[in-house]
Ligand binder design. Structure first.
Ligand code: AMP
Ligand code: ZN
Length: 485
């Protein structure tokens, strides 16, 4: 399969650039993952879904991937909580790590090739600090080792932060950093109390600072620089700037990252969703309100990753209506075309013979290749829905079976990105009435309406209602049904 050329807006240059991976058959991608001390909120989840969209888009574009996301299982909050509960760091983080993976699978996020943990990368972090020591970029105070940003003249290159106001030797050693506050950051922390989790290493007894793990894991997994690095926009400074300083300081002749991609925030009432503000929902909170995972996925991926997305239940409800409409068209197509047994192909060799569908397929892939323009890809999906409904509403057209089959294959392909549609016959529990019968009534009602026989149309609706089936007519003239709650 030929590769689709992508362009990405690289945070480092601030420009859209052609994507040029070192090896398209093994594109290296690293994403900053969760700190496992609680359930992820759906803002965090937005950033993980962005990674999934990046993955699925590049796979559709013909690339082969080698992708990682780290699990931060060493951090001030984790250490304090485990001391409070009198359990080990591993015991404390285990259920939260499991909850993270469960959320991902609930939302149909594809599994990546690597999920390195900080606790399993200590030796790699120690040797990175040693390399920085031999390059003269670090200093020690009270057993802590700091990166001296004054000694690294490329500091600020990624985030464009101004370092000129920084006083020499101002240090920061907590795991939570103030935005815009430029200081020397800690690479290795000396053990402060005897309860505190520590490792006995060549740097002394203590633990790594938060920024170090990503640089060390990237080195461990890829052995050199990578093609793409992602994270939420709040990580650009200081976390990614510090990663850049650590790796470039250690290996000055190598490019650390080709393309930096940053995902915008999920907001609530105009403010960033965050644990500290308390304005957050977890995935469980939303599921408990009766929304299916596919609706949450569909909603969170529908905005462009570089746009802020204001979360509200009203907006989520709109996504549900939109998703139902697309799904109903797919079911109609499967039914009318008798295509329930059509097996999805692997997509790679998929060629459309109908020009209309070829164009939609090309436009869909080109939208993704243009810096992951999911809103545009979504508009193309809606266009497919419109054309399919139009065709289904007509009775006499040539080659209709070919159209049905190719349209369904295009839905299959689009679902490689969206991963929210079903192609299986719904197993509705309809208390004895068949789905075929309901669809027949819907079609009789439509016919009655076309003949302006509104009494019959109304009677059909009432009869269905008496049997617990509710109809809804969309603006486009499609009728959907559901079981009364
Ligand atoms: P954490 O678990 O806090 O380390 O964060 C995991 C990921 O979620 C990071 O890439 C953050 O940048 C991202 N993130 C945190 N809050 C939000 C938000 N409100 N919207 C989108 N991404 C977020
Ligand atoms: Zn990171």
């Amino acid at each position: 399969m030929s590769l689709i050329p992508f362009v990405f807006l690289n945070t480092k240059s601030g420009k859209k650039e052609p994507f040029a991976p070192k090896n398209p058959n093994l594109v290296s991608i690293y994403s900053c993952g969760p700190t496992v001390y609680n359930f992820a909120h759906i803002g965090n989840i937005r950033s993980f879904l962005f990674v999934d969209i990046l993955r699925r888009s590049l796979l559709l574009g013909g690339y082969k991937l080698n992708q990682s996301m780290n699990i931060t299982d060493i951090d001030d909050k984790i250490i304090n909580e485990s001391i409070k509960r009198n359990i080990s760091v591993e015991e404390f983080t285990k259920p939260w790590t499991e909850a993270f993976f469960k959320d991902l699978s609930t939302l149909h996020v594809q599994t990546l090739e690597h999920y390195p943990k900080a606790t399993e990368s200590i030796e790699d972090m120690v040797s990175l600090v040693e390399t920085l020591q031999s390059n003269g970029l670090v200093y020690e105070r009270e057993g802590n080792v700091y990166f001296s940003i004054q000694k690294f003249n490329r500091y600020g290159e990624l985030s464009k932060i101004d370092v000129s106001g920084m006083k020499s030797g101002v240090r920061y050693d907590a795991d939570e950093y103030e935005k815009d506050d430029v200081r020397d950051f800690v690479l290795w922390k000396n053990q402060k109390t005897k309860d505190e989790k520590c490792w006995h290493t060549r740097l002394g007894t203590g633990r790594p600072g938060w920024h170090l793990e990503c640089s060390a894991m990237i080195r461990k997994i890829y052995g050199s620089g990578i093609d793409i690095h992602t994270g939420g926009i709040d990580l650009l400074f200081p976390h990614h700037e510090n990663e850049f300083a650590q790796t470039t300081g250690a290996y000055p002749n190598e490019e650390f990252v080709g393309t930096w991609l940053h995902c915008e925030h999920l907001l609530v009432d105009g403010e960033k969703m965050s644990k500290s503000k308390g304005n957050f929902y977890t995935l469980r909170d939303i599921l408990e309100k009766g929304y299916e995972p596919k609706i949450i996925r569909f909603h969170l991926i529908s905005a462009h990753y570089r746009s802020k997305l204001n979360f509200s239940l009203t907006k989520l409800e709109e996504s549900k209506v939109s998703l139902d409409r697309i799904q109903n068209t797919i079911f109609r197509l499967l039914d009318t075309g008798s295509l329930w047994n059509l097996i999805p192909d692997d997509g790679e060799n998929l060629v459309f013979s109908l020009p209309e569908l070829t164009k939609l397929n090309d436009n869909f892939l080109n939208a993704l290749a243009d810096d992951l323009n999911v809103p545009k890809a979504l508009a193309i999906l809606h266009e497919l829905v419109r054309i399919v409904n139009q065709t289904l509403d007509q009775t006499k057209i040539e080659n209709v079976n070919l159209f049905y089959e190719e349209a369904l294959r295009l839905f299959f392909k689009m679902n490689e990105l969206f991963a929210v549609f079903s192609f299986e016959k719904p197993k509705a529990n309809l208390d004895g009435i068949s789905e075929e019968w309901i669809l027949e009534q819907i079609s009789n009602r439509k016919l009655a309406k076309q003949n302006k026989d509104f009494v019959t149309a109304d009677n059909i609706r009432k009869e269905l209602e008496n049997k617990g089936i509710l109809l809804a007519d969309t603006k486009e003239g499609i009728t959907t049904w559901k079981k009364a709650p």
